[in-house]
Design a protein around this ligand. Structure first.
Ligand code: 0RA
Length: 655
């Protein structure tokens, strides 16, 4: 059963327009957009949608809204519709104009600063809709409130006319449409998958709220626009089940809790699975805090202390000959933590690390109370969990022994670097790059084509290893994995400290994965990425990992050779080359693998920094990325096959 929406009390209508704080003009935003939304790439572009969405989600968190619809329109603009209270429209006393206009045009005029809502301020988002407005060639807002419909439109943030009434209504809510300014953004192409994954995540974090995405640009066979609807009435427990749906769970139902400690709402769901990896996602005010922080520290501390004390009391540890450490309690753990903080302080490189010190104790207390209770009430499940922890500790112990053996051998063999590596001559790691190339033959071509001054080549043979399924100590015995890490100058381990990146030792600041543009190639790239994701996440977080993008087509006419990376480019080039009206004499070669290119072509298209298009790997949405990894690597074949087929078709490679 879904909870009924809160009635809007009289008091809430008496929104005091004068409370809206007027801070700065919008010109500053257009001059330095990156300062407000992070960057002007696709990432920044999608932040615009998140920003508008955040306002609707705020309404939902307050209990005033249970439906949010996002539409990518045919012209590429985006519309966000909610059934919240509607932005207030009364006259702002000081400004002498509508509060709606103030909210839409004045920076930091959210107007809810002293309300008891958890505004996502201070971090990634929370810059206000006015920011989105400033960066839009056109924006329109429609408010349904007080049984009236109000509307106002803007150009680059400036109102085109005062707020006007255009009719009456029985509904309430806000509808915002915007077209991002093409002179500001590098791309204004909204990506359906990026947006759905955020909406899906938000649906778990805000149970009972229905979120939908419609793409008017894409039609199915019946001419219907593509649409996805997300809604979770269970919330975090369902999120955990979704994250783990390809893994074997150890207990029947996720362990759940929802409480408030020291004025901080804390919600947690957790499950143990048969894998060896930790999969903990922490959110603050709906923002994925990828870098962790005080809330995560509180959770880990409570988990370790509570489980350890239970295990000791139960006598199950009596035969164990070595210490259990914090990692052992989190092996095979999938958990989602979601807390709400009134004034979050976000720190760290990507501003996704929570700094508020008071939070750690609140989460610790909430989790230890809940878990103590759970373990007492559920002895059967408690035993399964403790056994899993013991297994983890035993495996870690074995892994350390295996690693020590390997490291000793490495020292003795004194070769230093792997024989397969063709190193570069430059010694400054910041200037060096290494290509991890699929197959010896492509490796050979890359070796011929490279600039040996700063480019090193490491050929890899076949499927390196199925990381998700492998026990940690098996990973260290795998030849290809060892080779990669030795070449990079890094050591690997399963313990917290050894997972940290020792940047001084990293021999190349760009690690470029170069595989065939087919399903096998992308599978190998995914394997390598999985490995970094699991055992050296920092390499991804610090932006050291890249994917090379070889072209799909070579188009020739006479002596002229042009390359295309997709079908649109191919068509454009064919069009340009046939300016004389004749397509005759144009030859199109479709590259199926790196091996079809000679050294010069590989250099020109894929390796030459002046011309190549590297894709930097980042973990914008760690939850989704992680799920894809597990799904691809996990035991269940059907979802993996479905993924590969879907993506193969999209990429139009193996069609
Ligand atoms: C300021 C004050 C109130 C609501 C909003 C803004 C609001 C903004 C957006 C943006 C998209 N949807 C929105 N819904 C609401 C509080 C209104 C009151 O007290 O009645």
């Amino acid at each position: 059963m879904k909870a009924p929406l809160k009635p809007v009390e009289k008091e809430q209508f008496s929104y005091d327009a004068a409370s809206i704080q007027v801070l700065e003009g919008l010109e500053a935003v257009r001059k330095r957009p990156a300062m407000y939304i992070g960057d002007i790439s696709s990432k920044g572009l999608h932040h615009l949608v998140y920003e508008v969405l955040d306002n609707s989600i705020d309404e939902a968190m307050g209990g005033y809204c249970d439906q949010i619809d996002v539409i990518i329109n045919e012209d590429g603009s985006v519309t966000v519709i909610d059934n919240g209270r509607g932005i207030p429209v009364d006259i702002h006393k000081k400004e002498g104009r509508s509060a709606l206009e103030v909210v839409m045009t004045v920076l930091h005029a959210g107007g809810k600063f002293d309300k008891d809502t958890y505004k996502v301020s201070g971090g990634l988002h929370g810059v206000g809709v006015s920011c989105v407005n400033a960066l839009s060639a056109h924006m329109a807002v429609e408010v349904h409130r007080n049984n009236q419909v109000y509307i106002q439109e803007y150009k680059k943030g400036a109102p085109l006319y005062p707020v006007k009434k255009i009719g009456t209504t029985h509904k309430r809510g806000t509808r915002v449409s915007f077209s991002p300014d093409t002179t500001i953004f590098q791309t204004t192409d909204f990506n359906y998958d990026i947006l759905t994954s955020r909406l899906h995540e938000l649906s778990f974090l805000n149970k009972g709220v229905q979120l939908s995405l419609t793409d008017m640009r894409k039609r199915d066979d019946n001419g219907q626009a593509v649409k996805d609807i997300y809604r979770s009435d269970i919330g975090l427990a369902e999120f955990v089940e979704y994250l783990d749906d390809t893994r074997e769970k150890l207990i029947e139902k996720p362990i759940c809790m929802q409480t408030e400690k020291m004025g901080i709402p804390v919600e947690v769901a957790m499950q143990y699975n048969a894998s060896f990896t930790e999969n903990v996602h922490a959110y603050v005010n709906n923002i994925n805090t990828i870098e962790g922080g005080t809330h995560l520290a509180g959770f880990r501390r409570a988990l370790t202390r509570t489980l350890k004390s239970y295990a000791e009391k139960s006598g199950m540890l009596s035969k164990l000959k070595f210490e259990i450490n914090g990692d052992d309690f989190r092996e095979g753990l999938t958990a989602v933590i979601s807390i709400k903080v009134a004034e979050p302080q976000f720190e760290g490189q990507t501003k996704t690390k929570l700094g508020n010190s008071e939070v750690s104790g609140a989460v610790d207390q909430a989790v230890s109370e809940m878990l103590t209770h759970y373990l007492e009430e559920n002895p059967k499940e408690a035993k399964i969990i403790v056994n899993k922890v013991i297994l983890a500790a035993t495996a870690r112990h074995a892994a350390r022994k295996a690693r020590e053996l390997v490291q000793r051998k490495n020292v003795l063999s004194n070769t230093g670097l792997p024989g397969k590596l063709s190193d570069c001559s430059e010694k400054d790691p910041a200037k060096c790059e290494i290509f991890l190339v699929e197959g010896d033959s492509a490796g050979g071509t890359a070796k011929q084509g490279r600039d040996r001054k700063f480019q090193a080549i490491l050929p890899l043979r076949g499927k390196i290893l199925n990381v998700e399924k492998a026990m940690p100590h098996k990973i260290f015995e795998n030849e290809e994995i060892k080779t990669i890490f030795t070449a990079l100058g890094l050591s690997i381990g399963t313990e917290e400290d050894s997972k940290a990146l020792n940047v001084e030792r990293l021999r190349y600041h760009k690690v470029i994965i170069m595989t065939d543009a087919d399903v096998d190639g992308s599978h190998i790239a995914t394997l390598i990425l999985t490995f970094f994701f699991r055992y050296m996440k920092e390499m991804i977080e610090r932006g050291h990992i890249y994917i090379a993008t070889p072209p799909f087509y070579l188009i020739k006419k006479g002596k002229e050779e042009r390359y295309a990376w997709n079908d649109a480019e191919r068509k454009q080039i064919v069009f340009e080359l046939s300016k004389d009206g004749k397509e005759t004499g144009i030859h199109i070669q479709r590259y199926k693998g790196l091996g079809e290119m000679n050294a010069e072509q590989l250099w020109d298209t894929t390796m030459n920094p002046e011309f190549r298009k590297l894709r930097q790997v980042d973990i914008e949405n760690a939850a989704e990325a992680n799920r894809t990894f597990s799904m691809l690597m996990g035991d269940e074949v059907p979802p993996r096959r479905a993924f590969i087929e879907k993506n193969a078709r999209y990429a139009n490679i193996d069609a």
